[in-house]
Design a protein around this ligand. Structure first.
Ligand code: MN
Length: 306
């Protein structure tokens, strides 16, 4: 499912930028919103927490097919989209010509660079859809380059204490994903049995946890679906206790050194760049190509600064 940033969680000035805070722990409630009729819990961005590493957006969605028909063609710039499913299936189509079915345990990674458009469509087979859509901010080094798309049928797994870990991006324990990363980054799904698991961390990374199923605790404080647990940097490890069988997503990375301006489906560095992307999508510029989709194209809302 894709994912407009509205005024409620957009950032077009750098003033509220995340401050790097080592070894902190805080639980931030996700914002309930909707994407194409599908209810989502938006864990990122938050007013006080815009990024975790380069991770800049996280929508946890759970819906039946009656309310989830998919999202029609819409554009992106300056980010990578990560689609990860626990249940159901989706078809990804984009302006590069990709047409890719994705099932649970598989990874779709689309790089927008200077511009791409895509749709995410339901199939007749999935009655229930459960998953998470994430964005990764691209650094200046790659954000003005071309678009790309990767699908990974299989991802590396590793076992840690009470948990099985599937590595979407980056390296965790003995497992390394071959998915593209433009900045030092980690994305891991952990399936935990009841009990404690010690997770090895990198001191230079900051981390967050989004619980997708069940309930976990850190130092006695519960973290459940609908919340983001943020851990600063500076830790070598942390102990997570699953209060019952649980599935979580561990996100990490080096604090993103650039200041992303986010509005609608765009990640940029200045308001002018956002305005240009808005105009070019509305004018059907070749910048974003076309998607072979039967779903209606999504028009951009007018930026509130225009
Ligand atoms: Mn999208």
């Amino acid at each position: 499912m894709s994912s407009p940033i509205t005024e409620a969680d957009s950032f077009v000035s750098p003033e509220s930028s995340s401050v790097h805070q080592p070894e902190i722990f805080e639980v931030l409630k996700s914002r309930d919103t909707q994407v194409g009729g599908t209810p989502v819990r938006r864990a990122l961005p938050k007013k006080r927490r815009r990024t975790i590493g380069a991770w800049c957006f996280a929508d946890h969605f759970e819906a039946d097919r009656r309310t989830s028909m998919g999202v029609g063609p819409h554009p992106h710039i300056g980010l990578q989209t990560v689609t990860w499913l626990l249940q159901g299936e989706l078809i990804h189509k984009d302006s590069l010509g990709s047409n890719q079915l994705i099932k649970p345990g598989q990874l779709n990674l689309m790089t927008a660079g200077s511009g791409v458009s895509h749709s995410e469509e339901s199939t007749n087979k999935s009655n229930k859809i459960h998953g998470i859509q994430l964005w990764i901010a691209q650094p200046d080094a790659t954000r003005n380059q071309g678009a790309a798309f990767e699908h990974h049928d299989y991802l590396p797994e590793t076992n840690v204490d009470n948990a099985t870990a599937t590595v979407l991006v980056g390296s965790f324990g003995s497992a390394t994903s071959t998915a593209r990363t433009d900045t030092p980054l980690l994305g891991v799904e952990m399936t935990l049995g009841t009990g404690s698991t010690v997770i090895e961390l990198k001191r230079e990374f900051e981390y967050g946890i989004v619980v997708l199923v069940g309930s976990v605790a850190y130092k006695g404080q519960a973290v459940t679906p609908g919340n983001l647990a943020y851990f600063g940097s500076g830790r070598d490890e942390m102990m997570i206790t699953a209060l019952r069988p649980s599935i979580l997503l561990l996100l990490g990375g080096e604090p993103f050194p650039e200041k992303p301006y986010m509005w609608w489906n765009f990640v940029a560095r200045t308001q002018d760049e956002l305005t240009t992307a808005y105009s070019e999508w509305q004018n059907q510029s070749s910048r974003f190509g076309t998607v072979a989709s039967s779903l209606p194209r999504i028009e951009a809302p007018k930026p509130y600064w225009l």
